[in-house]
Each structure stands twice: as C-alpha cells, then as structure tokens.
Design a protein around this ligand. Structure first.
Ligand SMILES: C[S@@+](CC[C@H](N)C(=O)[O-])C[C@H]1O[C@@H](n2cnc3c(N)ncnc32)[C@H](O)[C@@H]1O
Length: 305
C-alpha cells in the first residue's frame, strides 16, 4: 500500500466532512428561497435536507468505491470478508438476495440496478428481461433463489425519495419496489406494516450507523426475517484494532454525526448483529485488505436466521 493510500485511509473522514460543509450554504439558501421555514428551523428536518443534498453528490462517489464488494455481496459472491474468485465455491456459499426484501435506508437508490440485475419475479411472470419462476410458494418457506419478488425500501428522508423513485422507475421496478417513508423503528406502526417472520432477506448498506437505538432496531430486523432468512450487511464500524485509531475516531465523531445526517462512526454494529438473535450461520468479517489504521473500517457478510 502506498503512503498516499495510507494517508487517505486515515484522513478520509476529514475530506468527507469538508464535502458536507460545502453543501451547508446551498441548503440554507435553498430553504430560504423556497420559504421552507419549518425545515429551516427544525434541526432534524434541516439535517435531513442537508444530508439529502450532500448524498446526491456523495452517494455515487461512495458507490464507486464500494461496489467491488457490495455488488458481489448482493449476488451471493462474498464470504469471509472478500469476494469469491471466479469458480471458487465453498461448502456454505452465500445465496443471492431473493424473495421479499427489506432494503434499510436505500437513500437515493444506489443499489436498485443491482437488484434488477439479480432478477425480478413478478406475479405475471412474463417481464422482458431477467425473469425467474418464484420457487417458494408458501409465505413461510424462505426463498433461496428464483429472483426478487418485492422490495420494501425503508427510507425516512423524504429528500431522497424523488431520486430513489426515479431509479426504481428507470429500472422498470415500479411494481416491485415500494418506498416505506419512515425510519426502521417506525415500520411496525406504518401503513401496510411488515410483519414478523415475513421477509426472506434484509439488505443494509452503510445505514445501521444512522438508525436510532441500533441494538433494539437490529433485533427488530432479525424478527422480520423468516427462519432461514438472510441479512446482507456492508457497514462501517468502530476500530477495535488499535487504541490510537479508536481515540481518533472518537474525536472525529464529535462533528461527524452533526454534519453527516446523524451517522455514528463508532458503532459496534458487527457485535449488535451477532447478538440480534440465534443465527444458523454467521459469515460476517472485517473487509479484507483493511488494516489497523483504517479510520472507517467495515464489516461485510451474510447472517442466516
Ligand atoms: C449513508 S446513507 C446510505 C444510503 C444507501 N444505503 C447507499 O448505500 O447509498 C444512510 C441512509 O440511511 C437512512 N436512514 C437514516 N435513519 C434511518 C432509519 N431510522 N431507518 C432507515 N433508514 C435510515 C438515511 O436517510 C440515508 O438514506
């Protein structure tokens, strides 16, 4: 690894904060121009509006950086923290996302096109492109293949919905992808509530850092899964490899949540996931190639209920 890369991995969060700061004046001016006083004078609404503008720019950049691992993750080609090589098979190879899916915090829909690539199964069963037959006829039987039948995109930030809806439309998935416009903590009380033991897969990409009461709400995600259901995870977590980076993260985290839509840098999300309930298989590891000085380290993998 070159010295430049080392510096980037340590100083990366400051660049992200600088980018977030850049969108602050434009957010204020936009709200004043549209006379949206209720958003301007409510911190939570303002923070969401600010993050929405920032993520419209940053989302695609972040996607480019993480797609080499997230795309294979969703397609069932990641194990032990790394992408499986061509032809490499393990005794317990993860499966692609399928069946009824909750996507937590989809933001502007960076992964919608990947769901489309995996394959959509509609009730009619005759869509133009990748169509598979739905294999799990009964609602309690978990889907292990055969495409995606339904996606609930649980996204509370209304500022992201227009872009998300557009990407869903562009992918021809209007009938399959439903936006649930609340936080994951409010899904049980939402209209058309999702019930326990009813979904085949949960997808979380860089969002468990932002949800409130992570332990409680990750347990709720576990509950939504059918027995045998799978949770696909790519999340950044606290650095437990070296105390100096842990303290460094703690320092950055004084500003980070304020400027990055409530995101927390030091969540022990890997542990919360493992402890969410009895899993039949846990293939969740630190992302291969990240070293002790990584200021934003990640965990990646699939947990099976
Ligand atoms: C860093 S963005 C990631 C977006 C997307 N997953 C991606 O990879 O581009 C985090 C997302 O989590 C969403 N979020 C924040 N609080 C949430 C909550 N309580 N429930 C569900 N999503 C939430 C934010 O609105 C935001 O869209």
């Amino acid at each position: 690894m070159s010295l430049v890369e080392v510096v980037q991995r340590i100083a990366g969060p400051w660049l992200m904060l600088a980018d977030a700061a850049y969108y602050l004046p434009a957010t204020i001016v936009g709200l004043v121009r549209s006379r949206n006083w209720s958003t301007l004078f409510s911190w939570s609404k303002f923070q969401s509006a600010w993050f929405g503008r920032f993520w419209a720019y940053m989302g695609p950049q972040v996607r480019m950086g993480v797609e080499p691992i997230v795309v294979p993750l969703l397609k069932g080609r990641v194990s032990h923290g790394k992408k499986l090589e061509e032809g490499e098979e393990l005794s317990t190879v993860p499966l692609p996302v399928s069946g009824t899916v909750i996507e937590v915090g989809p933001g502007s829909g960076m992964w919608v096109s990947v769901f489309k690539e995996i394959g959509i199964t509609t009730a009619k069963g005759t869509e133009e492109e990748t169509i598979h037959k739905r294999k799990n006829a009964s609602s309690t039987e978990v889907s292990t293949s055969g495409g995606i039948t339904k996606i609930y995109g649980v996204e509370p930030n209304a500022g992201q919905h227009t872009a998300l809806r557009q990407r869903v439309h562009d992918a021809g998935m209007d009938d399959v992808y439903e936006i649930i416009p609340v936080g994951i903590q409010d899904v049980a009380a939402a209209e058309n509530a999702i019930t326990a033991n009813s979904v085949d897969c949960v997808v979380t990409v860089l969002c468990l850092c932002s949800i409130p009461e992570p332990q409680k709400n990750i347990r709720a995600l576990y509950d939504y899964l059918k027995p045998g259901g799978r949770m696909y995870v790519f999340e950044h977590v606290c650095n437990r490899k070296h105390w100096s980076i842990y303290l460094y993260q703690k320092w950055i985290n004084l500003f980070w949540p304020l400027m990055v839509g409530g995101c927390e840098l030091q969540r022990d999300t890997g542990r919360y996931l493992r402890e969410a309930g009895p899993w039949s298989n846990v293939d969740l590891s630190p992302l291969a190639g990240e070293l002790w000085f990584q200021s934003v380290p990640h965990v990646v993998g699939v947990l099976t209920k």
